[in-house]
Every structure is written in structure tokens, then in C-alpha cells.
Write a protein of this length. Structure first.
Length: 457
């Protein structure tokens, strides 16, 4: 057995794939998987939409492939707060950061912070039972919600706001969100894309899914799917398969007769928000029409068209314009691209680009906040491949060995959740789920999670 030890920080999909890859090396290093929450699997648990049951079941593969004799789960430990980067460097041969992108990108428009204007990141965490989002209490009594951005997160959020209660009841949606969504008054969700239909950020499967929901009419104005000349040329010459498929689907939806369903999702294009208005809370959003233009680099950009703005009345605005990473104390950070500066996963100094020996990055903190679950597997294989190449030439840690690490954790992380604690949480959630004919009934409160974890310790 190797006496090498690697710390992975962040037990999301990227951290899990990195751990699994390290564990496949016979006689390879032992792994400690640090996680700030009491539960593992990052956005698989706290991001992926609850109605995507099959995708959520990747947690069973992670549990089987990752948590075992050579990999310890060290939950409820926040690196940068409870223990430092320096602590990890003193005790481990290498440290792999897999901390994802923990906050939202802002729009910078007036009214963005009015009550009722929320980042989709928070709303997603709320319905998925993320303990930090438990108290969000989004306003759901109004008739119309507006979502800004037309990527897959926007699609998830639009579905969650309009799914039939009976369908939601079969998912692992957090109890507080199930109750609030069942009582919701929302009948219409308007999704605003700043560019045209050919540039929508949805993948085709997610777009198709929105068009085939029970109890929901998907409305697309036929005029909105007539492409402008710049987009027409782009689609014919450089457009991706997804862009072509999306335009085809949008044309089908635009031509379809409405079913007379009780709820409606409307997809709008070439429309940007300019301000959110309201007296103490969101009452409307002001939007402007755009046209598409190529910039000097050839990228198609949305530019304001010379038309008057329009006001859409609504009580809830969800800003779904992307996630953003936050810096970690004492770890290099690329302030322009919001990632750890890195060369194929080897972290480098932000200015000199000199390698920082023994420090690696994987997943969204390496590439930025794009890519599906599988993208992180390829990415993890690349980073871990380089780490294994480097391992023999890395400087030895000052205080190696599991005893020194355990002493540090005993001092700095008294509420540590180990694999036994996670197994107790998982078992209780699944047991409650079985009784309710749901995949699991989540514990969404940090104290309840920690209390349950203690029963397994
Ligand atoms: C709303 C949403 C839905 C999605 N749905 C799908 C889908 O249906 N299908 C699909 O293929 N992909 C989906 N994706 C994409 C997929 O979830 C991501 O590609 C993937 O989660 C990125 O993995 P990651 O490990 O880099 O980040 P994350 O999943 O964010 O994991 C990072 C982990 O690090 C932890 N952490 C952060 N800071 C610290 C710290 N300082 N110390 C210790 N731990 C820390 C976090 O708590 C978290 O557990 C979705 C993404 C989002 C946002
Ligand atoms: N089911 C799934 O597989 C699934 C589900 C959820 C998420 N994911 C993945 O997770 C990643 C993140 O998803 P995401 O939806 O957060 O990001 P995304 O795909 O990057 O979409 C972001 C959206 O926000 C828009 N936007 C950005 N800045 C804006 C601004 N200032 N004003 C108006 N609109 C703005 C973008 O428009 P522009 O294109 O014009 O920039 C785009 O429509 C993606 O790779 C996604 O595929 C996958």
C-alpha cells in the first residue's frame, strides 16, 4: 500500500470522478475527500432537477466507486474556513481543488436586489434541500414569473415552477419546496433569451422536454423563430448540431396548436432585461429588444435594437445567467475567468504562470461553470493523469500520516461527518422515501443532518 495521500477538496461530481480515477491505480495514493456540507455529491444532490430521477441515481455509482477503504469522506469541513490551504499542504502529497462555482453571476441592472428577484442558484438549492437555502421563501403567490437566461438551468427552473404537483410528489424535492410549490399561484413562466433562437443555450433534450410537459403549453411566437440574416448565415456555415436541432424544435413548437393547458411557458428571444421595478418588491421587469451582430472576434452578440422598452408585470424574477466561482484564501485565482489558473489541471501562479507544485484543479473550478456531469469525468482523468505523472517528484509534506491529519481534524472540525455519518443520513432519507413512494425524503436542515450523522458515528 502506498504511503502517499491526496486531499480532494469538494465532493461534487468532479471530486468524485477524480477520487474514483485515483482509486483505480493499484497501490496508488490514499484519498481524503473534504466537503463543506454534511452530504457528498455537490450539484448532483443540490443542483440536478428532482424530476431527473435517473440522472440523480449516479449517486449510487459514486457511493460504490468512491467511498471505501482507500477513500475517507470528511464532511462538514470547509477548506479556507475550518482548515486552511496551508494545513492541507503540510499534511498531503497533493491537493486537488474540486470546489465548483459556489455563487451566481450578477446582471448589474437597477432593481436586481429587490425582494422577489433571486438568483436561480438559490432557487435551485432551495428546491433541492441545500441546507444553506432552506430559508429562501421565494414569492410564489403571483401569476407570472420571469426567468432571465435560456440555458439548461433556466429550463430546470421553468419545469419546477410548472410541473404538476402529483408529478413533483414522486420526486426527492425538499419538503418545504413541495409544500410551497403545491400552493403556488404561478400560471405563466416567461423565459428571456438575450440572443436569438439559434443561439439558445438549452441542449435539445431539455428543450424538447419543456415542449412535452403534462398540464403545460409551451408558447413560441412564430415570428420569433424567423432567423435574422446574420444568424441564418451562421447556422448554415458554422452552427452546431444542437443549434440546428433547437431551431427545428422551436419551429415545431411555434406551429403547434395550444392544448389549453392550465399553465404556460413562453420562450422569448432577442430580449434583455434593463431594469426590475417595484415598490419594496418585484412588480415588473422592463425589457428591450435586441438584434444580432458579429463582433470583431466573429462571436454573435446581442446589441440593443432601436425600439422602445416593454414592461412585463411579474412578482418573481429568477436570474439564470450562470454560476460563478469564489476565490479560496491562499490559493491562486484568475479574477478574469473565475477559475483557478491552471494548465490542463496543474494549478499555476495567476501572474507568472509558474506551476504551484502539488496543487491541482478539476471540474467547474478548473474549466468554468459549463458542462454536464460526464464532462467532469474526462476532465478528472486529465488532471489525475498529470498528478500521477508528478507524484514521485513532488516535495514531501512536512507532517505526513493519518494520525497528524486526524489530530488536526479533531482540533478544527469537531462536527466532522465521516462516511458512517453520511450512510446514516442516506439510510434515513431512503427509508422515509420508501414509505412515501419517493426516491428519498431529504433532510434539509444542517442541525438535522448533523444530528442524524451522529447516530451513525
Ligand atoms: C442546476 C443545475 C442542474 C444540473 N443538471 C444537470 C443534469 O441534469 N445533467 C448533467 O449531466 N449535468 C447537470 N448539471 C451540471 C453538473 O451538475 C456539473 O457539471 C457538475 O456538478 C460540476 O461538478 P463540480 O464537482 O465541479 O462542482 P459541484 O457539483 O458544485 O461540486 C463542488 C463541491 O465542492 C464543495 N465545496 C465548495 N467549496 C468548498 C470548500 N471551501 N471546502 C470544501 N468543500 C467545498 C461544494 O459544497 C460541492 O459539494 C447541472 C448543473 C446545475 C447548476
Ligand atoms: N439537464 C442538463 O444536462 C443540465 C441541466 C442544468 C445545467 N446543465 C449544465 O450546467 C451548465 C450551466 O448551465 P446554466 O444554464 O447556468 O449556464 P449556460 O448554459 O451558460 O446559460 C446561461 C444563460 O444565461 C445567459 N446570460 C448570461 N449573461 C447574461 C446577461 N448579462 N443577460 C442576459 N442573459 C445572460 C446566456 O446567454 P448567452 O448565450 O447570450 O451568453 C445563457 O442563455 C451548462 O453547461 C448546462 O448545460 C445541464
Amino acid at each position: 500500500m502506498s504511503d502517499r495521500r491526496v486531499a480532494i477538496v469538494g465532493a461534487g461530481p468532479a471530486g468524485a470522478f477524480a477520487a474514483a480515477r485515483l482509486l483505480r491505480v493499484g497501490g496508488g495514493p490514499e484519498v481524503d475527500l473534504y466537503e463543506r456540507l454534511p452530504t457528498p455529491w455537490g450539484l448532483l444532490r443540490g443542483g440536478v432537477a428532482p424530476d431527473h430521477h435517473e440522472i440523480k441515481r449516479l449517486d449510487e455509482t459514486f457511493d460504490r466507486d468512491v467511498l471505501g477503504p482507500r477513500c475517507r469522506f470528511l464532511g462538514n469541513v470547509e477548506v479556507g474556513t475550518d482548515i486552511s490551504h496551508g494545513d492541507l499542504m503540510r499534511h498531503y502529497d497533493a491537493v486537488v481543488y474540486a470546489v465548483g462555482a459556489q455563487t451566481d453571476k450578477s446582471l448589474g441592472i437597477p432593481g436586481e436586489d429587490l425582494p422577489g428577484s433571486l438568483p436561480a442558484t438559490d432557487f435551485v438549492g432551495w428546491y433541492n434541500g441545500h441546507p444553506d437555502r432552506r430559508e429562501l421563501d421565494p414569492p410564489l403567490s403571483g401569476r407570472r414569473a420571469v426567468i432571465i437566461g435560456n440555458g439548461n438551468v433556466a429550463a430546470d427552473v421553468a419545469r419546477m415552477l410548472t410541473l404538476d404537483s402529483a408529478e413533483l410528489d414522486r420526486t426527492d424535492t425538499a419538503e418545504h419546496a413541495l409544500e410551497a410549490l403545491a400552493a403556488s399561484g404561478i400560471e405563466e413562466v416567461v423565459v428571456l433569451g438575450r440572443r436569438g433562437p439559434a443561439q439558445a443555450a438549452f441542449t435539445s433534450a431539455e428543450l424538447r422536454e419543456m415542449g412535452h410537459m403534462d398540464g403545460v403549453d409551451l408558447h413560441v411566437d412564430p415570428a420569433a423563430v424567423e432567423l435574422d440574416p446574420v444568424s441564418e448565415e451562421w447556422l448554415a456555415q458554422e452552427g452546431t448540431f444542437t443549434a440546428g436541432k433547437n431551431v427545428e424544435l422551436l419551429r415545431e413548437f411555434a406551429a403547434a396548436e395550444p392544448k389549453g393547458a392550465p399553465r404556460r411557458i413562453e420562450l422569448r428571444f432577442l430580449t434583455s432585461p434593463v431594469a426590475i421595478h417595484g415598490d419594496g418588491k418585484v412588480e415588473s421587469i422592463e425589457v428591450q429588444r435586441n438584434r444580432i451582430e458579429r463582433d470583431d472576434s466573429g462571436t454573435l452578440r446581442a446589441r440593443p435594437a432601436d425600439e422602445p422598452t416593454e414592461t412585463i408585470e411579474c412578482d418573481l424574477v429568477l436570474r439564470s445567467v450562470g454560476y460563478r466561482a469564489v476565490p479560496l484564501p491562499d490559493v491562486p485565482f484568475d479574477e478574469r475567468n473565475y477559475v483557478l489558473p491552471n494548465e490542463r489541471g496543474r494549478v499555476v501562479d495567476a501572474d507568472s504562470r509558474d506551476p504551484v507544485p502539488g496543487v491541482y484543479a478539476v471540474g467547474w473550478i478548473k474549466r468554468g461553470p459549463t458542462g454536464i456531469l460526464g464532462t467532469n469525468k474526462r476532465d478528472a482523468n486529465e488532471t489525475v493523469g498529470l498528478l500521477l505523472e508528478d507524484l514521485d517528484s513532488l516535495p514531501a509534506p512536512q507532517a505526513p500520516g493519518v494520525e497528524a491529519i486526524d489530530a488536526l481534524l479533531a482540533e478544527k472540525a469537531p462536527d466532522l461527518v465521516t462516511v458512517e455519518g453520511w450512510r446514516a443520513i442516506d439510510a434515513l432519507e431512503r427509508e422515509r422515501g420508501e414509505a412515501a413512494e419517493r426516491p428519498r425524503v431529504k433532510l434539509a436542515d444542517r442541525d438535522a443532518l448533523l444530528g442524524t450523522a451522529r447516530t451513525g458515528a
